[in-house]
Design a protein around this ligand. Structure first.
Ligand code: HEM
Length: 468
């Protein structure tokens, strides 16, 4: 069983003190906040530690130095951690959940990479502007009502709509709804269930755990597949449509017998993958960035001054987005403290020793716990826990060792949507800074919801039109 196999290491690794027979380290584990709970464990146990719920075994790596070593693609490769592997029942051999040796990964990677190159972002810019305008209109309306906005919910609406429209020319009409689109609810349910489902892989008892949640998950999954199949079918029926989106790229490759063409089932897997991978993480990044902007008035003022200087009153052109260097540093810093895809797994390609100390056999794997790695004082210094966009000043970036900042993963299997996310998020942050003043209750304390991704919870400031 892949989960438990990590016999990892002959070396003794620290583990929580309350290990008991059968249950292992279950006591003290959190199902609802495993990342924050593991960060707490890291503070007690150090840069490498293990947790063994029942017979499963997770080894966590929390240091910059070991993360850099794990980034060597000649020695290590992506491993599908249990929570990600569970997502295969949604995304199958789509890019995110494909095993390294599945042929469809290489084909889809070759086919889709050009659509995510920096140059391709130009073709998405107009749609991103349109969706951002929808958000601004929505917040304008909120501002003249009671002003209260739910940041995470609205950022999620925005990012899902952006990937829906740029990827598949499909609109969820998010800002016209009171409740989330059923597609969103099904997706969120699926993600939350996957996070728990590592435990369902336990021998004998596993598949009997969470029966209600499993039933709901099966319903959600069937619904998600139905919606995607409908989108694809209606496009196929229309033939060559002149659409210039990811779906068209995949369908055209099939029509034209491209060597990297992918079949209908894989197209469905990719569509679902992009809808899921392409929105939660960006939405979280935007939400954390807004939280830190609201909490740091000087940073806010500096970011806003940059937007005014670079954009003025105009609709930003494509090239003007990347010119918001300080806003980008705000995002980089938010993703440092709270990387919204908070962990990824690496497996040894052959027997090897990590950090000159931990012996791994071929196939053994470890989890890189990013919020801990990104706060390693050896790398970030004594103010590692402090939000400061100047951590990303070019000279400070140059002075740091490579491969210690990994919010988008690493190597061949790193995030294909990185440029997409950064262009979108910078554009949206710039637009919000220019248009609104924010008032966040000083009593608000950052709380973080976990469902494979991280998201601020209950972040509901009041927005008003910017005072001039
Ligand atoms: C701030 C936003 C984002 C963050 C933090 C993020 C993070 C990540 C990370 C850490 C991985 C590697 C996971 C692993 O090694 O297991 C990944 C992979 C991936 N991401 Fe993102 N992502 C973001 C936005 C996006 C967007 C906007 C898209 C699509 C439009 C996207 C699509 C993907 C895909 C398809 C993969 C799998 C790539 C492969 O294995 O070939 N992501 N992402």
């Amino acid at each position: 069983m892949a989960v438990a196999t990590s016999h990892v290491f002959d070396t003794e690794i620290p583990h929580p003190p309350w290990r008991v027979p059968v249950l292992g380290d279950v006591l003290g584990m959190s199902l609802s906040a495993p990342v924050q709970n593991s960060m707490e464990m890291h503070r007690r146990l150090g840069p490498v530690f293990e947790r063994r719920p029942f017979r499963l075994r997770f080894v966590f790596v929390c240091s910059g130095e070991l993360t850099a070593e794990l980034s060597d693609d000649r020695r290590f490769a992506k491993h599908l951690a249990p929570g990600v592997e569970a997502l295969r029942s949604l995304g199958g051999d789509g890019l995110f959940t494909a095993f390294n040796d599945e042929p469809n990964w290489r084909r889809a990677h070759e086919l889709l990479t050009p659509a995510f190159a920096q140059s391709a972002m130009r073709s998405y810019h107009a749609t991103m502007l349109d969706v951002t305008a929808d958000l601004l209109d929505h917040w304008d309306r909120r501002a003249v009502a009671d002003g209260r906005v739910d940041v995470a919910a609205d950022m999620t609406k925005l990012t899902l709509e952006t990937i829906g429209r740029t990827g598949f020319s499909y609109s969820f009409s998010p800002f016209e709804r009171e409740r989330p689109h059923p597609f969103v609810e099904a997706m969120v349910g699926g993600l939350a269930f996957s996070q728990r489902s590592a435990l369902r892989r336990l021998p004998v008892v596993g598949r009997h755990l969470f029966p209600e949640a499993k039933r709901q998950y099966d319903l959600d999954r069937a619904y998600l597949h139905r919606v995607v199949d409908e989108v694809v079918r209606s496009r196929q029926a229309a033939g060559a449509t002149g659409h210039d989106d990811l779906l068209e790229l995949m369908l055209r490759a099939a029509r034209e017998n491209d060597p990297n063409r992918i079949d209908d089932e894989n197209i469905r897997n990719q569509v679902l993958t992009f809808l899921v991978a392409g929105h939660e993480t960006t939405s979280g990044a935007l939400s954390f960035a807004l939280y830190y902007l609201m909490r740091n008035p000087e940073v806010f003022a500096r970011a806003r001054a940059e937007v005014d200087a670079v954009w003025g009153e105009d609709t930003p052109a494509f090239e003007q987005v990347a010119k918001l260097r300080y806003v980008r540093r705000v995002l980089d810093e938010a993703l440092r403290l709270w990387p919204t895809a908070p962990a990824y797994a690496r497996e040894a390609r052959a027997d090897t020793t990590l950090g000159g100390r931990y012996r791994l056999r071929k196939g053994d794997w470890v989890l890189v716990l990013l919020p801990a790695v990104h706060r390693d004082p050896e790398v970030w210094g004594p103010d590692a826990e402090t939000f400061d966009p100047d951590h990303f000043l070019p000279e400070r970036v140059r002075a740091r060792p490579g491969h210690v900042y990994k919010p988008f993963g690493t190597g061949e299997r790193a995030c294909i949507g990185r440029q997409f996310a950064l262009h979108e998020a910078t554009l949206v942050l710039g637009s919000l800074l220019r248009r609104f003043d924010f008032d966040l209750d000083p009593r608000y304390r950052l709380r973080i919801a976990e469902r494979l991704t991280l998201m601020p919870q209950g972040l509901c400031p009041t927005v008003s039109s910017r005072a001039r």
